[in-house]
Design a protein. Structure first.
Length: 454
């Protein structure tokens, strides 16, 4: 077991990293993904012991821990509060006038100055300094004492922003940013964003981002994006307070849909209908909504309630038609079919209603249909659609919401999803649009538009 407590070498803000590496687990790993995951190459293999170790330059982004397939790395980070000073101070007695800080300053705020006695030292122009911390980290004699970035107005030029489509949510930027309040976390998608009023454009987050998600953008776009995120945050806070009342009203809506669905489904079954059927329920829903909800929810257009609403998917076997040929067994992607001789086909609860067995059956002994609501031109129809072939649809994934957790990949019955280069890779040829990934995604990043009416 390899462990230790390390402190980063002159970070923008002190980060204490406690780590532990289980070498017994680590030695089983051949690919060593932790080496490539580290954005600053702090993870390495000791040439003498062949053990995996971590350098003291580590700033605790935990990407190595997350990439380890054997859970061999455990890591905890503690970010120290910044020193409460506005700008760095230079101790002239320690300063050797080497010029390291002058070269490190990107905005020319530091210059060398000499006294009448001929002694030289570095001096900081307080009007230009943005407290980015580059000078502090480059000084070889610890002559510069660093404090937090001061809020400042960015009135001109391009500003730094985070692209949510590229961001992987590792929070590396938030750990190394020297400014309290410059980087916040979006409550909706759990991704970081930059407050341009507090950002001093030191670019440290840009250089450390492993996903290259941070870059400059126009002044107007930066403030527009920030305003949009803050607006969503306010709405989210208001929604949280009202969620209990809203959920009660939504449960009333669900009861209306379910009651109507149960009635019509029973009616379709009683009349032994085996073809596509639909029934306009617009007036019925409006009437029930007004009776139950009253003035709690203002109903303008019914299209605002939903676009498509799947009630149930049902699959049945007609024992009188089934000949027990077994052709359907090989097509099932989840092994949900079992044949009990002489001809009884059993479909268990693992069935995902993909329609493959229906398309394969030579005697049409398997019946599959969906009961659903659909909104068309502001009218709601209750529909029963019989599936005679494999489903068709369109797979959509939001890179903003997706956290690359891989749960959809692990549960996909046809291996249509893969995690490549920290991105979900979709294979249209393999997908059967069973919607299993859509149901299991913990952040609702996946949406599948199934062609229910084809």
């Amino acid at each position: 077991m390899e462990n230790g407590s390390i402190e980063t070498a002159k970070p923008l803000r002190d980060v204490e990293v406690d780590y532990e590496i289980d070498q017994n687990k680590c030695k089983n790993c051949k690919e060593k993904p932790c080496l490539n995951s580290c954005p600053i190459d702090a993870v390495y293999i000791d040439s003498k012991t062949s053990k995996t170790k971590i350098k003291n330059t580590c700033f605790g982004c935990v990407l190595c821990r997350n990439s380890c397939p054997y859970d061999a790395i455990s890591m905890k980070t503690k970010l120290s509060p910044p020193i409460k000073e506005n700008i760095p101070k230079i101790n002239t007695k320690l300063c050797k006038a080497c010029g390291a800080c002058v070269n490190a300053c990107k905005i020319g705020a530091i210059h060398l100055k000499s006294t009448s006695d001929g002694e030289a030292y570095s001096e900081i122009d307080e009007d230009k300094c943005v407290s980015c911390g580059y000078c502090f980290r480059e000084c070889p004699t610890d002559a510069i004492k660093y404090g937090p970035i001061r809020p400042r107005a960015n009135d001109e030029g391009e500003l730094i922003t985070i692209d949510p489509d590229k961001c992987i949510g590792c929070m590396t930027c938030s750990r190394i940013c020297p400014a309290e309040g410059a980087i916040e976390v979006n409550k909706t998608n759990k991704l970081p964003y930059i407050n341009p009023a507090y950002c001093a454009k030191c670019e440290e987050c840009m250089h450390s981002c492993p996903a290259t998600a941070i870059d400059y953008t126009s002044h107007d776009d930066a403030y527009s994006n920030y305003s949009e995120i803050k607006s969503l945050k306010i709405v989210s806070e208001i929604s949280d307070k009202d969620m209990e009342l809203l959920s009660k009203d939504l449960s009333k809506l669900d009861n209306i849909y379910i009651n109507i669905a149960n009635y019509l489904s029973s009616k379709f079954d009683e009349e032994d209908i085996h073809k596509d059927t639909e029934f306009n329920v617009t007036n019925k829903i409006k009437k029930d909504l007004n009776l139950i909800i009253g003035n709690d929810i203002a109903i303008g257009k019914l299209e605002d309630l939903f676009d498509s609403y799947l009630i149930d998917s049902v699959i049945k076997v007609n024992d009188d038609l089934c000949i027990g040929c077994g052709a359907c067994l090989e097509t099932c992607p989840v092994d949900a079919l079992k044949l009990e001789l002489p001809s009884n086909l059993i479909i268990n609860e693992d069935c995902i209603h993909c329609g493959r067995c229906v398309a394969t059956c030579p005697v049409d002994a398997i019946e599959l249909y969906d009961d659903f609501y659909q909104n068309r031109d502001n009218e709601i129809f209750y529909c029963r659609k019989y599936i005679h072939d494999e489903r068709e649809g369109k797979f959509n994934i939001s890179n903003t919401k997706c956290q690359k957790c891989g749960i959809c990949v692990n549960t996909c019955p046809t291996k249509a999803l893969k995690l490549k280069n920290n991105k979900i890779d979709f294979s249209e040829n393999l997908c059967i649009y069973c919607r299993n990934c859509e149901l299991i995604c913990p952040v609702d990043a996946i949406n599948i538009n199934v062609d229910l009416l084809r």
